[in-house]
Design a protein around this ligand. Structure first.
Ligand code: ADP
Ligand code: MG
Length: 462
């Protein structure tokens, strides 16, 4: 068999890695072609020369330390290094031998460039993400947060990086959230909703995804992605509420309708009785007819509430309606030692259903009178709002409404009064909204309540 004798250095010339050998005085004893190309020196400039003289700048790089360590401790070392004068990244493998050092190296500048590009790709996905993105260690301490996360919670990055997620979660949600987190730490992606406290104290509802961070097959932390769903939650609640209202309204209408007819006949017969039997104690009859009037009132409120009645929108004067209502309720106000003070600017006519708006003013003024069992003053004022609408304000000096109660006002049948129907405010809201307006209530317990109505001149201009 014929075996070709080849010079081992020829092999080194053919390999794609750059290679050179140094003797114990750091002088080049061999340099392959690839090495001369990468180092941008020819053979004469290298062979027999000391590497630290040819490349003095390398003395300041890791290279110098690594070479010395490899020789001193007779270990092979692999490292990556950037050479500023050559503007290149190298992967270097050095192997010591009794005669010196063998050095293999490769140009990895391209790889470095594309991996740093890739890193920047990911980084911009993280930093510019409109969703809040963040990462935790296994204990739940923040390791990174993006800008959207700072916005979401109102805390600065520096502050968050000193925290764990726990103080941010509301007490009622913490146990559930911890459970989800512990599943994520064990490797299972989690989707859940929770509540966090904003730096300003507000509670925000969040939809969260937790994703385990896996490095070399090991879970080292958890990524989080969070979105503020407070607004969606509110809309959902409102939708539910409005569905409930529609159902209640429909039910109310049919009940009201059923009650009204028998009521009319009872009332008629009662009147007949009263006229005929003067001698029996009419006090009971009075109570009966009062109670029937009350039932009638409830049914008519229910009907207004449920049905867009066959009234038409017309341009009408609000001043006139308010004056009428104040006159109507005058005796009730007097009986309760309530003074009604009306201050209306010259208001434009507005497109409305007068009977419904009157109903609103009756409801609100009655509530105001009823809120002042020991008397007081009601101030009704009205002014123009540009050319688009009017503001009407009804202020009393009554018992006021607590914050808790305020949230319930307008819920059907919610009343704090022994003889209340709990329908007045609901009807009011419904009428004002159907006119394209808004109702705003502000109240201080013990001081009084202010109801602000806004009504557009024409509801379809809204
Ligand atoms: P009702 O008057 O039949 O109780 P409403 O819907 O008109 O029903 O009012 C609901 C509740 O709202 C009242 O029971 C009362 O507690 C509260 N409320 C409404 N207006 C006022 C007011 N001006 N001052 C204090 N409380 C009020
Ligand atoms: Mg009322």
């Amino acid at each position: 068999m014929y075996i070709q004798q080849i010079n081992p250095y020829e092999i080194l010339d053919r390999i794609t890695d750059a290679f050179f050998a140094l003797d114990r005085e750091w002088k080049f004893t061999y340099v392959n072609k690839e090495a001369t190309r990468l180092l941008r020196r020819n053979m004469q400039q290298l062979l027999g020369k000391c590497i630290w003289e040819v490349f003095p700048e390398a003395v300041d790089l890791q290279t110098y330390q690594h070479y010395h360590m490899a020789v001193r401790e007779q270990v092979s070392i692999v490292f990556e290094e950037y050479s500023p004068p050559l503007k290149m990244w190298f992967e270097v493998r050095i192997y010591p031998s009794p005669n010196g050092l063998s050095v293999y190296f490769q140009d990895i500048t391209e790889n470095k460039r594309s991996s740093s590009k890739r890193e920047q790709h990911y980084k911009s996905l993280f930093e510019n993400n409109p969703a809040a993105v963040y990462s935790f260690d296994l204990e739940g301490n923040f390791l990174s947060v993006n800008h959207a996360m700072e916005e979401l919670l109102g805390f600065k990055e520096e502050e968050l990086l000193q925290m764990s997620y726990m103080p941010l979660i509301t007490p009622d949600e913490i146990e559930r959230t911890k459970t989800y987190y512990s599943h994520a730490v064990k490797g299972a992606i989690q989707h859940y909703e929770t509540k966090a406290v904003h730096q300003n104290g507000h509670i925000i509802e969040l939809k969260v995804t937790n994703i385990p961070i896996i490095v070399n097959g090991e879970i080292v932390g958890v990524y989080g992605i969070a979105r503020d769903i407070s607004r969606e939650k509110r809309t959902e609640k409102m939708l539910l509420e409005s569905e409930k209202l529609t159902a209640v309204g429909q039910l109310a209408a049919s009940i009201a309708h059923e009650i009204r007819n028998p009521l009319t006949s009872i009332k008629g017969f009662l009147q007949l009785y009263k006229n005929k039997m003067k001698e029996i104690n009419s006090e009971y009859l009075d109570i009966m007819s009062d109670e029937i009037s009350r039932i009638e009132m409830i049914t008519s409120e229910l009907l207004i509430l449920a049905k867009p009645q066959a009234h038409y929108f017309r341009y009408e004067r609000v001043e006139k309606m308010i004056e009428d209502v104040v006159t109507l309720l005058g005796s009730q106000a007097l009986m309760n030692k309530v003074n009604v003070n009306v201050q209306l600017d010259d208001l434009p006519m507005i497109h409305c259903i007068a009977s419904q708006l009157k109903q609103v003013f009756i409801n609100l003024i009655k509530n105001a009178i009823e809120a002042m069992p020991n008397g007081g003053e009601i101030t009704i004022s009205g002014k123009k709002h540009g050319s688009a609408g009017i503001f009407i304000q009804i202020a009393d000096q009554g018992v006021g409404i607590s914050e808790e109660l305020l949230a319930k006002i307008g819920t059907p049948f919610y009343t704090t009064k022994e003889k209340g129907t709990g329908l007045g405010m609901m009807t009011t809201f419904k009428i004002i909204h159907s006119h394209g307006g808004t109702v705003n209530i502000s109240s201080t317990v013990g001081k009084g309540t202010i109801i602000d109505l806004y009504l557009p001149i024409s509801e379809d201009k809204n």
